[in-house]
Design a binder for this molecule. Structure first.
Ligand SMILES: *Cc1c(COP(=O)(O)O)cnc(C)c1O
Length: 392
């Protein structure tokens, strides 16, 4: 069915249980869908914009209150909405990092963290992971020490994921922040896979910046996200313009440089705001989400030749599986080759895995009901049995 012209209707979320690793936390609520339609026109939130003409001060719709709610949500002082977590990283690197300076990130950092360092002219220095694919406070301290010794002064920034995108493993943010504190190095907490799906307390973690992704974890349209910080850093990161036109002498009020004035001016911020009451509640149901994740991981582990590469028991719903010794063996002789698995899952109403994936792949159970999780678990076991793989 076509929406119009050559654009097809997208019905993945309606017709399948979607296990796509990056999509589950960004599914819109019904409220967000309404907001997207009502505020779809261009600069729609600017209807009632008045002095001082900045997004976070608009009262109708209540974007000012929404900004305060976002800051409180992650236990920080000031927040801004951003076009994606990546633009949050970039606002921070552009403020704190000068060309040639080292920036500490990790062996599991997302490419957008690297690009944020690159766009500021920084030089990446990775904290290595341990044997369990975890970033520890101890390794962070060693890297801080080495980088500080080499460059003669501490690095301007350390960025760390609470949960990484490859394994969905939990990293020692609090311990890492503690180590960074000893060198007076500010810490950016990357909550792309946490803010909006589990409780996050930036103050308790001792971090200076909390970045979240609206379209990954806050049931919001893309591109959306947030950057929150302490009152100590707010004046730096959210500094206002100081430039003046040389012929016209024009100045630009309180526009914030790193925000390029205003960021999300229509459907994105309104979708994010409309979902927020639901998002704020759903983080309290994280334990149930983990039970579903563990149930599916256990089912996969019960299939001979299959390994869960992420930490077990699961502490996140994003999981990396290795089926080289099970489904991939079947794929070698199956007439559908590697597509047999995605095709067998589709017959059972399950989708979202990388098509043809039978080797090492990721899935995310976030947002499934218990019944759906049980169906997914049973389906993997059934497909294995049907193809002659031993199941325990
Ligand atoms: C998805 C992801 C990002 C990028 O988030 P955007 O909101 O799309 O910019 C950054 N870091 C991690 C760990 C991610 O998983």
């Amino acid at each position: 069915m076509k929406l119009c012209g050559e654009i097809e209707v997208r019905d993945r979320e309606e017709t399948l249980i979607n296990l796509d690793p990056i999509q589950s936390g960004g599914r819109l609520t019904a409220e967000a869908m309404k907001a997207v339609i009502a505020y779809g026109d261009g600069y729609s939130v600017c209807d009632a914009c008045g002095k001082p003409f900045r997004l976070d001060t608009i009262k109708k719709p209540p974007l000012d209150a929404f900004h305060r709610d976002l800051a409180a949500f992650v236990h920080m002082d000031v927040a801004r909405v951003m076009p994606g977590a990546r633009r949050g990283f970039q606002a921070v690197t552009h403020t704190l990092v000068s060309p040639g300076q080292p920036v500490i990130l990790t062996a599991l950092s997302h490419y957008t963290a690297f690009l944020a360092v690159e766009s500021a002219g920084g030089v990446p220095r990775e904290i290595p992971m341990d044997g369990n694919h975890r970033i520890t406070g101890e390794e962070a301290a060693k890297t801080l020490e080495a980088v500080t010794r080499e460059s003669g002064s501490p690095p301007p920034l350390l960025m760390v994921d609470h949960f990484d995108y490859q394994y969905g493993n939990e990293h020692q943010v609090r311990e890492i922040a503690k180590a960074a504190g000893q060198y007076d190095v500010p810490v950016l907490y990357n909550g792309a896979y946490s803010v909006g799906i589990l409780p996050v307390d930036g103050e308790a973690l001792g971090v200076d910046f909390v970045v979240g992704s609206g379209h990954k974890s806050m049931a919001a349209p893309a591109p959306s996200g947030m950057l929150a910080t302490t009152s100590e850093y707010a004046g730096k990161i959210f500094r206002t313009t100081g430039i003046r036109g040389d012929r016209t002498n024009r100045t630009f009020g309180v526009k914030e440089v790193e925000m390029m004035g205003c960021t999300l001016m229509g459907a994105t911020v309104m979708g994010m705001m409309a979902s927020f009451p639901h998002v704020r509640e759903r983080v309290n149901r994280w334990q149930e989400e983990l039970e579903n994740a563990r149930l599916v991981a256990r089912a996969l582990s019960s299939i001979s030749g299959t390994a869960i590469l992420s930490e077990v028991p699961r502490r996140h719903t994003l999981t990396r599986a290795d089926t080289l010794g099970s489904f991939d063996v079947v794929a070698r002789t199956h007439k559908k080759k590697g597509f047999f698995l995605t095709s067998a899952l589709k017959e059972r109403g399950i989708g979202g895995l990388f098509p043809g994936a039978t080797r090492v792949w990721k899935y995310n159970t976030y947002g499934l009901t218990r019944r759906q999780a049980e169906h997914v678990a049973a389906s993997f076991r059934e497909i294995a049995k049907e193809n002659g793989i031993a199941v325990m």
